[in-house]
Write a protein that binds this ligand. Structure first.
Ligand SMILES: *Cc1c(COP(=O)(O)O)cnc(C)c1O
Length: 368
């Protein structure tokens, strides 16, 4: 079979299956073994196993490269960042997933790296920051403000400057965007979110366009031991099978909720990729295949935002995103978010696959 010839919806379902022989299982079983009989090319569980390989086959086919999974999204990012030589310069967004900022700040404190913080929406300024840098870290769309940088232009600029480009595409998923097709070197996902989709595991993935880069990533994972568990691998692949239908429903729900929130008197500003007046609407139309399941919105006050999160009943007040269940939290409440300019009253809603009218009833009552 040639999964790359199929549309993503079919790759999701068909990739990473055992060979079609009589009595072979339909699904790759969970391999619970730390060691393997000698003589092969994978003697020990820290190098992965067939369950993890099945998942990586599917993720690589979706992203259009070679995928390596990690024990969390942060472990995946760390594999890239801690693999940089001392003295390397990293160009990073002024506003993005705040743990990545903390991870990079820590590297500065340790005297290992220096940072150039740029507005990634400003292509010129970002390009100017690439001189002598080693790594360009991008996020598309950004979490939680849902901004969309000019990916093809930035990937080309990074290439010209000999800088490795990485895109955290956790919020977009491989169904929303395939950054490697736009000239990016490595795509990163927190598989904890939409990929696994059921809030039942923590995992990360790095997919590299270049096979040698993928091998270096793989070696680093083996060395540092950030391999995911086999059960998590099984669950993530099982979750991945339904990504297209989960995302389709979540996107449809999010579109309805974003519009109604926008019209609600208690809501000040709605940040949503599907807004016709989104500041990067043209770019979104060009780069993204859907508008995603996230809606961020600002309320009048912190008290009102906290009251909303406490009052929801169908929606859960919890961090994270991308699960079948809708989650809400005041993202602006985290110190790391405040430091990068996220409004204190900003609430992020990860829209699940419940009935949209039940979600709206819950939201409208909790806002009232
Ligand atoms: C959650 C998240 C991460 C970190 O992934 P973990 O699996 O929680 O370690 C990275 N980037 C984005 C955009 C995320 O939402």
């Amino acid at each position: 079979m040639h999964p790359e010839a199929l549309r993503p919806e079919s790759v999701l379902v068909s990739a990473g299956r055992p060979e079609r022989h009589p009595d072979e299982p339909m699904n790759q079983p969970v391999v619970l073994s730390s060691t393997f009989h000698a003589g092969g090319d994978r003697p020990y569980g820290r190098e992965g196993n067939d369950t993890i390989t099945a998942l990586e086959t599917a993720l690589g086919a979706l992203d259009g490269g070679t995928a390596t999974t990690f024990s969390s999204g942060m472990a995946a990012s760390t594999a890239l960042i801690e693999g940089l030589p001392v003295g390397s310069v990293v160009v990073l967004p002024s506003s993005f997933f705040n743990y990545h900022r903390t991870l990079l700040d820590e590297q500065v404190r340790l005297g290992r790296l220096s940072l150039r913080i740029v507005d990634i929406l400003d292509t010129e300024a970002t390009t100017a920051g690439l001189d002598g840098a080693s790594l360009l870290w991008l996020e598309l769309p950004t979490n939680p403000m849902l901004a969309v940088p000019d990916l093809p232009a930035l990937a080309a600029a990074a290439r010209t400057h000999g800088v490795v480009s990485v895109v955290d595409a956790t919020l977009a998923t491989p169904l929303g965007i395939r950054p490697l097709e736009h000239g990016v070197d490595i795509v990163m996902h927190s598989a904890t979110k939409w990929i696994a989709g059921h809030s039942d595991l923590v995992m990360g993935v790095l997919t590299a366009r270049d096979e040698k880069a993928a091998q270096r990533i793989r070696n680093r994972r083996t060395l540092t031991g950030a391999v995911p568990g086999a059960l998590e691998g099984y669950l993530a692949l099982r979750g991945l099978r339904t990504l297209a239908v989960r995302l389709e429903r979540a996107c449809a729900n999010a579109a309805v909720l974003a519009e109604r929130l926008d019209a609600h008197p208690a809501v000040r500003t709605v940040h949503y990729l599907g807004r016709p007046d989104h500041p990067q609407a043209d770019r979104i139309a060009m780069l993204l295949d859907n508008h995603g399941g996230l809606v961020s919105f600002e309320l009048e006050s912190v008290e009102r935002a906290d009251r909303l999160c406490a009052a929801v009943r169908l929606i859960s007040h919890a961090t994270s995103l991308g699960g079948v269940e809708s989650l809400i939290e005041r993202r602006g409440g985290y110190p790391g978010e405040a430091a990068q300019g996220t409004p204190a009253t900003l609430v992020r809603l990860s829209v699940g696959i419940e009935h949209v009218e039940d979600l709206w009833t819950d939201l409208a009552r909790a806002l009232g």
